[in-house]
Design a binder for this molecule. Structure first.
Ligand code: NDP
Length: 459
């Protein structure tokens, strides 16, 4: 199928549509490789991951270019965030597996120790917004723990997954250890998930797809890790460092065109500073440059596809119907001829929307945020928690006692205080409510990709 550059709307590559036979071949080859890979010493496995990590670094330019071309994101963002993080994922889990240990419990006249064996054949399915970054975030711990992997990138952004497969071959990764299948989610993605040979599924994507994967997996008693959608609140208190909050929240709202599951989408501001915050925030948003992804000065590039652009535009129309007042977003975008048909959209900021409305409840996953008012800590918390999602939140205040009280009660798996997207790969990463099940990162990921087996010795 065609692979489209969203900045130009032109087809630049074609990708295979894998089918049932490709999956059979992948399962066969993974099964052949599993005894060797799972028994290999952790040091040797870690060396392969380190080699792949180095090759990603060596090929930074090509990979960043490919990621930008495939997603429409600014090249600079791919250079400093996406690709370095993909390399860091491989390196992090190469180190982590050599430090991974299991528990031992000594009793009155017995001792128990827990073995942690690789699960077997596992599936890693990732979305289009941070393609190589999220693809490797799953593959690295799965491989490090000794599993063989069937992986599927999003058909919308498959290019860096393909380049990554070539780097894995160059690194000498044994055949069958990692099998990448390209194609459409509802076709090959679904076929992978339905296969009884797959013993665990690590999935990042939309809540509807996640629910379907959970339904298929439940009767198979298979492990699932589901990183799903979000509708992330940000709470801005009157006692915050206002300039820092404004700057942090412009970044939180519109980095990667707002196409990050962690992006802030509902900003709640304490009444006494609402107008002040709004003025500074809107000025900064208006100054963001939406433009050619390869231009250093562009803060935002194109949305990922025509379909996604339509979706975000539908939400803009809904926000207006719901009584939202548009504060910015409809200014023209200056683009050179080559980008005239690209899927560009200016960042949109709305106010005057009730908390219960569609704009404030549904995940949009694009450059649209709402500004809302609250009075006092209690109302801030009520509004933040009034959502079916629970992925990430941010709290902006100089009062750390208050921040910690809220962090304790806010219903999100990740809480940032006076910052956003400050990531430490050792920490548990994931959401609650409809934002998912399970946690990725550090030991959580290595536990997910291993099966504990307890051994008891009586003496
Ligand atoms: P989708 O759920 O549509 O797709 C995610 C992945 O699943 C893609 O590889 C897709 O393939 C595949 N897929 C689709 N249908 C099926 C199926 N029936 N069985 C198996 N696999 C399938 O999500 P999007 O790609 O649209 O990604 C955006 C979503 O991802 C947003 O909701 C966002 O919040 C969420 N997300 C969550 C993150 C988190 O960490 N919590 C991080 C990043 C994104 P294909 O694209 O080829 O159809």
């Amino acid at each position: 199928m065609d692979d489209v550059n969203p900045a130009t709307a032109e087809v630049f590559a074609q990708i295979p549509l894998s089918n049932q036979d490709d999956l059979k071949a992948a399962i066969n080859s993974a099964n052949k490789a599993f005894p060797m890979w799972s028994k290999m010493s952790v040091e040797k496995r870690a060396n392969y991951l380190m080699k792949i990590s180095s090759l990603i670094k060596e090929n930074l330019d090509q990979l960043a270019q490919a990621e930008s071309q495939d997603t429409g994101k600014p090249l600079q963002l791919a250079r400093v965030v996406d690709i370095p993080r993909a390399s860091a994922n491989m390196e992090f889990f190469a180190h982590a597996i050599t430090q991974f240990s299991s528990e031992s419990h000594s009793g009155k006249n017995s001792i128990n120790y827990t073995l942690r064996r690789p699960v077997g054949l596992v599936a890693c399915i990732s979305p289009w917004n941070l393609p190589l970054y999220l693809f490797t975030w799953k593959i690295a711990p799965a491989l490090a723990a000794g599993n063989c992997v069937i992986a599927k990138p999003s058909e919308i952004t498959p290019y860096t997954a393909y380049l990554f497969s070539r780097l894995c071959i160059e690194a000498g990764l044994p055949k069958g250890v990692l099998n990448i299948l390209h194609g459409q989610g509802p076709e090959i993605g679904n076929t992978i998930v339905e296969s009884e040979n797959i013993k665990a599924v690590s999935f990042t994507g939309g809540t509807t797809t996640g629910r379907r994967i959970a339904e298929i997996s439940a009767p198979l008693f298979r492990k699932v890790s589901l990183e799903l959608g979000g509708k992330n609140p940000a709470l801005v208190f009157a006692d915050c460092d206002l300039d820092k909050a404004v700057e942090g929240l412009v970044r939180a709202s519109f980095t990667n065109q707002g196409e990050i599951c962690l992006c802030a989408s509902r900003i709640y501001i304490e009444k006494s500073i609402y107008e002040q915050f709004k003025g500074k925030f809107v000025d900064k948003v208006k100054a963001l440059k939406v433009g050619a992804p390869d231009e250093q000065s562009s803060n935002m590039g194109a949305l990922v596809s025509a379909q996604h652009l339509d979706k975000v535009r539908r939400y803009i129309a809904i926000a207006k119907e719901e009584g939202g007042r548009l504060l910015c977003g409809e200014e023209p975008i200056e683009l050179e001829e080559k980008y005239k048909h690209g899927y560009f959209l200016r960042p949109h900021v709305f106010e005057n929307l009730p908390n219960t409305c569609t704009t404030n409840q549904e995940e949009i996953f694009g450059p649209l945020v709402s500004l809302n008012v609250f009075q006092g800590e209690e109302e801030a918390l009520l509004l933040a928690n009034d959502s079916e999602y629970g992925l990430a939140s941010s709290i902006w205040t100089k009062d750390l006692s208050k921040a910690n009280r809220i962090a304790d009660q806010i219903e999100t798996g990740i809480v940032w205080i006076n910052c956003w997207m400050n990531r430490d790969l050792r920490t548990p990463f994931g959401g609650m409510k409809n934002s998912g099940l399970g946690r990725e990162g550090g030991l959580e990921a290595l536990r997910f990709f291993t099966e504990p087996k307890n051994v008891c010795i009586e003496y």
